[in-house]
Design a protein around this ligand. Structure first.
Ligand code: AMP
Ligand code: MG
Length: 410
């Protein structure tokens, strides 16, 4: 049986980034940019005030202090969004708001906190308590971005800051790698839709929902094809509908039972089986195939296996399709806070809970490790990686843990 690493490299060798498309900026969060972005204008486009205060000539404020203020005549108010032709002359000031263009004649801004109004009959006077340096509290045109400059390179992931920058540069739409369209199918005669009443021998289909959530989490667009019965012809029919999308995920029906018919259905549809079983626990019965060029992940049916295999294999494939390069979940070293004997002859991905105390990660099992026990996945925040035939481990030993819930730029 092949290892997790071997399986992953086979899978990734058959996954290509999707062709880029233009998207509205509001739909671009997390997408990979597929064009270089140059600035059409300076940002800011004009010199403006960084403070609410008074636009002055720095030379007029020479020696100004709390004890010896300088008094200037206020010519007018200049709010943000307005322009003025009035020039600030010697002994004069314009009351200016943050973001308003610096008027002609002025070369610095005294903030309102360093001034006091001294109203006189007829004209307004302001006392300045601070010797302004030239350019103080002035944002220069182009200080953030210069016109024609390359601002964002093709290949970057668009975070909120990049989205804001694109808006500031006047790009309502940009070329990005689109979200993969992913079809999800549950298989099994025992499955009921979650709306249905439980009946003898039946269980609710949870994989379709957890898989759709995973697809959403990692930037894909999930669509559900419902539940397929354990009949080959039905499986073939439903699978062939799914093959119009970028990626297909099925769950169940890939083990060695008499009614595990997904393998045969894929074969009869002309699919090329590239992986059949991986040396991991949970998640051993996994098939990866290309059917008519479309990658198909046939995941095991157990609710834990399905999610652990998704994290290991589907997630990196989905990210690669979106043009991303950082495909691995982060791993950390942790100290076992209890004894643990979870030996198997495969790589065991053990549901654990990781907690940091005084800068050190401590790890405990999140519950029983049966591959149907979704509860312990609910209670976990990581997967401890135990290589084949290793253990038992004693409390205090060092282990590696994959952070399944880590905040990251996916
Ligand atoms: P299978 O590989 O089809 O034999 O499924 C393995 C186990 O997972 C069986 O106990 C199934 O009932 C269960 N199972 C399969 N699909 C689902 C599903 N969509 N939701 C919940 N349990 C499932
Ligand atoms: Mg089944």
């Amino acid at each position: 049986m092949i290892t997790i690493e071997e399986a992953l490299s086979t899978i990734l060798a058959h996954i290509n980034p999707l062709k880029s498309e233009y998207f509205e900026l509001a739909d671009c969060l997390g997408r990979v940019l597929a064009q270089d972005i140059t600035a059409r204008d300076d940002i800011p486009p004009f010199a403006n005030s960084a403070m609410d205060g008074f636009a002055v000539r720095a030379g007029d404020t020479l020696g100004a202090s709390l004890e010896q203020p300088v008094t200037l005549t206020v010519l007018e108010d200049l709010p943000a969004g307005r322009n003025t032709d009035t020039e600030v002359g010697a002994g004069q000031a314009i009351r200016i708001m943050t973001g308003a263009p610096l008027p002609a004649g002025a070369d610095s801004v005294v903030k309102v906190e360093d001034s006091a109004l001294a109203n006189e009959v007829g004209e307004e006077q302001v006392m300045i308590f601070h010797e302004a340096g030239k350019g103080e509290h002035v944002r220069l045109a182009g200080e953030s971005v210069k016109k024609s400059e390359l601002v964002l390179k093709s290949g970057v992931i668009l975070r909120p800051a990049e989205i804001g920058m694109l808006a500031a540069l006047g790009y309502p739409r940009v070329s990005v790698v689109p979200p993969p369209r992913v079809t999800i199918l549950s298989t099994g005669d025992e499955l009921l839709d979650i709306e249905e009443e439980l009946k003898a021998g039946k269980i609710r289909d949870c994989n379709r929902y957890s898989l759709a959530a995973m697809v959403n989490r990692y930037g894909g667009k999930p669509a559900s094809l419902g539940i397929a019965p354990d009949r080959k012809d039905d499986l073939k029919k439903i699978l062939s509908i799914a093959l119009t999308t970028d990626l297909v995920i099925t769950s169940g029906g890939v083990s060695v039972g008499k009614y595990d018919l997904v393998r045969e259905a894929i074969g009869e549809l002309g699919g090329e089986l590239l992986i059949d079983r991986v040396s991991m626990k949970p998640g051993k019965p996994l098939i990866f195939s290309l059917v008519g060029g479309v990658p198909v992940f046939s995941l095991p049916g157990n609710p834990v296996s399905v999610l652990v295999s998704f994290i290991q294999f589907v997630r990196p494939a989905l990210l690669k399709m979106q043009g991303k390069n950082r495909l691995r979940k982060p791993e950390v070293e942790a100290i076992l806070a209890e004894d643990c004997d979870e030996r198997t002859d495969r790589t065991h991905l053990v549901r654990v809970n990781l907690e940091m105390k005084d800068g050190i990660n401590y790890v405990r099992l999140a519950g029983p490790q049966g591959s149907g026990i979704l509860r312990s996945l609910v209670l976990s925040n990581g997967l401890m990686i135990i290589p084949p035939n290793r253990g038992p481990f004693k409390s205090g030993e060092r282990v590696n843990v994959m952070l399944t819930e880590a905040e990251e730029i996916e």
